[in-house]
Design a protein around this ligand. Sequence first.
Ligand code: C2E
Ligand code: MG
Ligand code: MG
Ligand code: MG
Length: 272
Amino acid sequence: EAKRLGGQTLVNFDQALGERISERQTLIHDLKAALDTDQLSLYLQPIVEASKQSIDHYEALLRWQHPTRGMIGPDIFIPLAEETGLIHPLGNFVIKQACTLLAALPETQGLAINLSAHQLVDPALYSNITEALLEANVSPSRLTLEVTESALMQNATEAKILLERFHELGVTLALDDFGTGYSSLAYLNLFPFDTLKIDRSFVNQLGSVKDSQPIISTIILLARELDLRVTAEGVETEAQAFLLKELGCHALQGYYFGRPSPLEDLALPLTH
Ligand code: C2E
Ligand code: MG
Ligand code: MG
Ligand code: MG
């Protein structure tokens, strides 16, 4: 009896594993199709100037409207895209779409896109971005590229060369999710960043038992010394917004100011 039960458990385990693998295969297959059939789009979330409470620029966040599963977030499909190489066509979609959106936004507003580690070692990335900007007739100064510490560290030497080229082009460079990786701020000073984005895990620990205020203050102090701007991510309450501004953050982003939404839902000033 025990043996039979053991066998049964094994079968169930194999079955579960098999289902997970085929589930993954299905999603990868669907993601390929999504690229060709208009299921991907960029949602825009405002990033607000702390002193003026006006929109500085937007962050473009990728969304997948799956025909049967509904809306799927990037935390699910970006890792799949990275494992399969689909990140390259997907990343190019984001670059082109971002430039199209920039052409539609008022000229005073910019847009940030996220780059994955795989894109940072793609020799075609630079020309893909410059060509998309040219085609949309958009100034490089309106584009921000967001990269994470861990993406940088995977190939720091190459990433540095690439980021320096973008910096010379006039593109803004932001270090995303700061404080969650393992690099030191002194080391990061070797890269031509303009902005540090404090990870939202620090923001939501503001004022809690594990108060993150000393850490946030220290990041801001160091960033000042290194001539970097600071954006706080994940601002959800008025109290957080007030405190972060007092602490010296230059820009704020989070549900308190606006959720990511499609361009047509943004309240934009009329451009003509
Ligand atoms: P991220 O670049 O750090 O983007 C910020 C994430 O925080 C977004 O999640 C955003 O929706 C969420 N967020 C913003 N404000 C708040 C808030 O007040 N509270 C909470 N709880 N969350 C907030 P999202 O859109 O799910 O994106 C997750 C991650 O996926 C992004 O993190 C980024 O690393 C990646 N990603 C998104 N779009 C792209 C893309 O086009 N390309 C690549 N390579 N990665 C992308
Ligand atoms: Mg980001
Ligand atoms: Mg982030
Ligand atoms: Mg993140």
